[in-house]
Ligand binder design. Structure first.
Ligand code: NAD
Length: 360
């Protein structure tokens, strides 16, 4: 199994080191061979090649069976031209690999419930997943741009646009996923105001006819953002557009306590997916050995499960994470009184050790 590893910038290389070590621990324990080569991406690639997504990296990700990404960006590259910003590389890799579905689970570990700003009884037991459409909608729609207007001033335009095939394929991802979970899909749109959302709702209802075993409901995005805070346990699978998914999945992340805990998977037309933590490059804590590597380690779990079908190996990663947390070890972002504060490296090593010790 060939994995293209893109550490990126900021805390990226630190968290990726630990995630790759955990992957190799899984290989050793279960007898699999993972080929993990690293490539330049994001700011690191701008420094070396002048662009965030160099040809060498494009070739590597196209030839790989899966892609594991750390995070990109940081103040060092904030002033570079928009067309070669590190984040432009992210949009390009999603498009090039046809990754149209972003899966973001938000699961509240009971043991960490007190790390959230929300009340324990509201969030304890939350286990939902946001399925965000990733290559369409307002982030890609035409026309877009800023132009001058007569009489002075400017006009900024973006276009929210969805077609039937785009909605059909993302709806299928959500319904298929729900079949492996609690069999509930909530489709989120703004069909009372937007034509693109009216089409979204119509097509989701149509696709649902092939999934009679799944319960489908609909919410407007404003109500959904409120319901996520009021009663998040009502949700199983949420399927929504690119921009609504971007916002709602960050909101859902906060239900779990720390952004440092949440993995994600981007999947598409072919077998090859991209797996990354949902957080960014955290330049404020980079190079200090204090970042939480668990989101990236759990992304490795999603990768081996979804991309390679290694279900029990993925469970071993999740159990190892739980055991280390149960023993009271915490990185700074999830630390609370009475627990033991440890660094990025030690957290990774403890999780890998649990896997190798066969205690999970
Ligand atoms: P961020 O997610 O990097 O950081 C937000 C806050 O969360 C910071 O206080 C940070 O220290 C903390 N944090 C994030 N990950 C953590 C971890 N693993 N452990 C402990 N604490 C953690 O978001 P930001 O500060 O808005 O963005 C920083 C840079 O990252 C920007 O250049 C942004 O464009 C980029 N970014 C990249 C991605 C990506 O690569 N997919 C996603 C989001 C932001």
């Amino acid at each position: 199994m060939k994995i293209a590893v893109l550490p990126g910038d900021g805390i990226g290389p630190e968290i990726i080191n630990e995630a790759v070590a955990v992957l190799h621990a899984i290989g050793k324990r279960f007898g699999h061979s993972f080929d993990t080569q690293s490539y330049f991406f994001g700011g690191a690639a701008i420094d070396k090649f002048g662009v965030p997504f160099p040809d060498e990296t494009l070739k590597a990700v196209q030839e790989a069976d899966a892609v594991l990404l750390g995070a990109v960006g940081g103040p060092k590259w904030d002033a570079v031209d928009h067309s070669i910003r590190p984040e432009t590389g992210l949009l390009a890799i999603r498009k090039k690999l046809g990754l149209y579905a972003n899966l973001r689970p938000a699961k509240c570990y009971s043991i960490l419930a007190d790390a959230s700003t929300l009340k324990r009884d509201v969030i304890d037991g939350v286990d939902l997943i946001v399925v965000r459409e990733l290559t369409g909608g307002i982030y890609f729609g035409q026309p877009r741009g800023i132009s001058t207007i007569d009489g002075g001033g400017e006009r900024g335009v973006n276009t929210e646009v969805y077609t039937t095939p785009e909605i059909v394929r993302i709806a299928k991802v959500a319904f298929d996923l729900a079949r492996k979970r609690r069999k509930k899909v909530m489709s989120v749109d703004k069909a009372n105001v937007l034509e693109s959302s009216a089409l979204w709702r119509k097509v989701v209802i149509e696709v649902h006819k092939d999934y009679p075993d799944i319960a489908l409901s609909h919410l407007y995005v404003d109500n959904c953002s409120m319901q996520l805070i009021r009663d998040p346990k009502q949700f199983d699978v949420i399927v929504t557009t690119n921009i609504f998914g971007d916002i709602l999945s960050d909101e859902a992340a906060m239900l779990t306590g720390s952004i440092g805990m949440l993995p994600s998977a981007s999947v598409g037309a072919n077998q090859r997916g991209l797996f990354e933590p949902i957080h960014g490059s955290a330049p404020d804590i980079a190079g200090k050995d204090i970042a939480n590597p668990i989101a990236t380690i759990l992304s490795v779990g999603m990768m081996i499960n979804l991309n390679f079908g290694l279900k029990k190996e993925a469970e071993a990663i999740e159990t190892a994470v739980m055991k280390v947390l149960e023993e009271g070890y915490r990185t700074g972002d999830i630390y609370s009184e009475g627990t033991v504060r440890i660094g990025t490296k030690e957290m990774g090593q403890r999780i890998a050790k649990k896997i190798l010790e066969k205690v999970v």
